[in-house]
Structure formats: C-alpha cells, structure tokens
Design a protein around this ligand. Sequence first.
Ligand code: NAD
Ligand code: ZN
Length: 344
Amino acid sequence: MKALVKTQRAPGLSLLDVPIPEIGINDVLVRVHTAGICGTDLHIHQWDAWAQRSITPELVIGHEFVGEIVAVGSNVNDFSPGDIVSGEGHVVCGRCRNCMAGRRHLCAHTEGIGVNRPGAFAEYVAVPMANIWVHAPGISRDVAAVFDPFGNAVHTALAFPVLGEDVLITGAGPIGLMAAAVVRHAGARHVVVTDVNPHRLELAEHMGVTRAVDVRTTALADVQRDLDMAEGFDVGLEMSGNPAALTDMVTNMAHGGKIAVLGIPTERVEIDLTTVIFNMLTVRGIYGREMYETWYAMTVMLQSGLDISPVITHRFAADDFENAFATAADGKSGKVLLDWTAVG
Ligand code: NAD
Ligand code: ZN
C-alpha cells in the first residue's frame, strides 16, 4: 500500500510503498478514505523540537481519518466489514486506575496513532477495536474525517456550561472555529473569537460568532464595552497556544469565570495567580476527547443542526501531499483534507 512515512530524523515526508499492516485478534483493518492534516503532522513534517523528542522513524504518520472496515480480528464481534468508521487517536492501557474506572481520557499511558504507532496517512490502518467509532448514517464523510479535532473542540467547549453565557475563544484555528460553532449551538449569548490572522478571523465570521477580534488592533475591554458586558467573560476557551492570549483571557474573565485550556504552548507560560485567586477563576487543562461521550456529543449535535463544514477549506489527493502540507501551514486555510481513495 501507499503511505506517508517519516523516514529519517530530518524535515520532510515520503510517499512510499509499505506492507499493509497486520491486525491482531482485537484489531480492525480500515481502508482509509479521507484524512485530515493536524498541527501535529505539520510538526512531524517540519521536524521541530517536539517532533525530535517524540517521533522515532520510520513511522507512518496521521491520526484524523474516516474509512471503511475491510477486515476484523478473530476476537472482534461488534464491527464488520463495510462499517464506516473513524478511530480515537489515543490508544489507552486499559489497566490503570483511570482506565479501570471508565475515565479512559485520563489514562497516563496513552499511545498516539501516527505518533507512537503506525498512522492513518495510508491506504490502510490497523486500529484496536476499543478505538473504533462507527459513524451514524447521514454524517458527511468530510466531517467524519475530522472527528478527532472536532472532538478536541467539543471536549473543550463543553467542559463548562455555556447556555446563556458569554464565551471568549482565543485562537481561530480549525479547533477554535469548530468550538465557536459548538458553543453557539449549545446556547451561548456572546461568542467572541480572537486571532492575529485576518484569514482565520474571516472564517470565524462564517461560524456565526458575535465578534471576530484582531487582538493586534482591538482590546478585549473595548469589545466588552461594545457588547454591553458588565462583568467579563463567563467561559474562556484557550485554543491558540499563545502565552499572551491566556494572560489576556485571565484579565478579561468575570469573577468565578471558567477557563478550559487546549492550546499547547511552545514555551513556559506565566499567569497572574493573584487574579486567579481573587477572581476565583477555574483553569482546567484539556487533552484529547472523552471516550466516548465526546464522540456521542459530536454525533448528536450534528444531527440536531450543528454545521462545522465551513472549517474544511481545502481538499487534496494524497499524491499531492506536499501542496496539502504547505496549504495547512500557511495560515490561509481552515482544515485541509487528503483523499486516499485514488492514491498511487
Ligand atoms: P492552529 O495553530 O491552526 O490555530 C491557532 C490559532 O491561534 C492560529 O490561527 C493563530 O493565528 C492564533 N493565534 C496566535 N497568536 C494568537 C493570539 N495572541 N491571540 C489569539 N490567537 C492567536 O491550531 P489548531 O489546530 O486550531 O489547534 C489549536 C491549539 O490546540 C493548538 O495549540 C494545538 O497545538 C492544540 N491542540 C491541543 C490538543 C490537546 O489535546 N490538548 C489537541 C489538538 C490540538
Ligand atoms: Zn490507562
């Protein structure tokens, strides 16, 4: 089969012929149809400091995908060839305290598909049956391909109640954009999204936000005044990874405000703990998705009218992966998809 492989400890990726993965008795084999490019994949392509620490070549990369089951292990009863599925990208140990208690998203021993084990930028991927999500009929294939990052958005956006609340989202990348649509769907009053990239702010306008704010030119205090907000934001979703965005968020929250932090900073971040204490803020880190409550929530929100499709802005054939990666990296895109159905 064809697969996108990190072959050496250096920038770049290669589209190579590799063996179709073998499946164990508890695994399923998925013929990948469409895959999404994530920031993680860009890091691996560029071979930055994180990738150098985390990735051992040779590795087939990629973890956001939709495809069709073509074979199942002898122990697999619940899934069959023909099922249209995505995979939860975190493979958990199943034996630690959190796993045993059903809190699998809190497993301390996760392995990442396409990070620590062979990934989904390939014609076929082998996935443990415990990681399979069968899509409901009617879910668009393109949206199904991005259930993994959509799940990051939903996990963060629903970390705290947003009905009637004023929500600040810092970072209008694909995940921030999806989160904006989710909190809107979940009944937030004002949804203010910030970025420093005009293309991303324009995409935010299409997600039905109250205000898309360029923080280089507009202060959040002025936005609050414009919107007649008296107390500050009730809920903050940090989705940029930028230290200044989190600092700014902390100072713009209402007393008792709640902050969920998804964005991964590349450097140490200082926050003003005095403000956290005196304003009684809650700050919660978010990693991955809840297995599988987040996946359920994604499905039923789509079935009840949530539309995240404007976030998907580009589609490329897998052979054209260099252009796809360049597009995903240049900041003028939302989510970029790779089509694996006709590769080669
Ligand atoms: P992205 O890099 O495409 O989007 C980040 C956005 O933040 C960009 O549009 C950028 O212009 C914007 N930004 C930069 N500085 C800013 C500032 N000062 N104020 C406001 N916005 C600013 O990333 P993404 O794919 O949308 O993911 C969002 C974040 O979540 C990233 O940091 C990513 O690493 C992280 N992430 C975390 C998890 C997890 O499980 N915790 C999973 C996936 C992604
Ligand atoms: Zn575990």
